[in-house]
Design a protein around this ligand. Structure first.
Ligand SMILES: [Fe+2]
Length: 233
């Protein structure tokens, strides 16, 4: 059983204004790459890899089931939160699911590093985006049948004018056959569903409109992180 980790580093939370819970300042430490979630990092997508467009890319290598199980156990070790979404006061059912924040602590460092490495590869190889770190705690989310969806939205910065969220990274921790519905889709000519295979790591520009369709059976488990950088110019 995973025990609740204590914070090993200070975050900006203590001085953050109300409504800013979860804000952090995480940057990748040089030489810390690796750990138990180390996999080959090469993102594929877009025309050069035989895809139609670059709305999203994925890591060519998937996490193993054992690695997915470990991330799930880590996520389950933190307290549930109420889901948050901008405008939730007028869109109360826009995002429905069980959310746990992954704080910036030693226990989660390998997860942060994995998410960062995938985003950094996608930023360099495909998108040409400057990124600098993670400014909001990643979320471990469970979408249960009858209580799991996220309507059309984008993730682009709301909390920081200077360091907007530019890339969204999502890890599919459930096997795609273990739940019905729960498709992660981007908005295009027609909604395009992204891969469901367990261990798939998907990266998309945070300003691309996307959604999660309602889960009608089973449970979809994911981790999502948003990678920030300088404002687009
Ligand atoms: Fe999103």
């Amino acid at each position: 059983m995973v025990t609740r980790a204590t914070r090993s580093r200070s975050t900006t939370e203590a001085v953050a204004p109300p409504g800013s819970r979860g804000l952090i300042r995480w940057v990748a430490k040089a030489g810390s790459r690796g750990g138990r979630f180390r996999i080959p990092i090469r993102t594929v997508g877009g025309p050069r890899d035989g895809y139609f467009h670059l709305d999203w890319v994925k890591c060519a290598t998937r996490l193993s089931s054992r690695q997915c199980d470990e991330i799930i156990r880590t996520g389950e070790g933190f307290a549930p939160e109420a889901p948050t979404v901008v405008g939730e006061n007028i869109l109360s059912a826009h995002r429905v699911g069980h959310v746990r924040l992954l704080p910036d602590v030693a226990q989660t460092e390998p997860i942060y590093r994995l998410l960062w490495d995938v985003a950094a590869d996608a930023a360099n190889r495909h998108y040409g985006l400057a990124i600098t770190g993670i400014t909001r705690m990643p979320h471990y989310v469970e979408y249960h049948a009858g209580y799991g969806h996220f309507h059309w939205h984008n993730d682009y910065s709301h909390e920081s004018q200077e360091s907007p969220r530019k890339l969204t990274v999502i890890v599919q921790l459930s096997d795609g056959d273990d739940y019905d519905g729960g498709d992660l889709q981007v908005f295009n000519v027609a909604p395009e569903a992204m891969p469901r295979e367990r261990g798939t790591i998907i990266c998309l520009p945070s300003f691309v409109t996307h959604r999660v369709t309602p889960v009608s059976a089973g449970v979809r488990r994911i981790v999502v992180a948003w990678i920030a950088g300088p404002r687009l110019v």
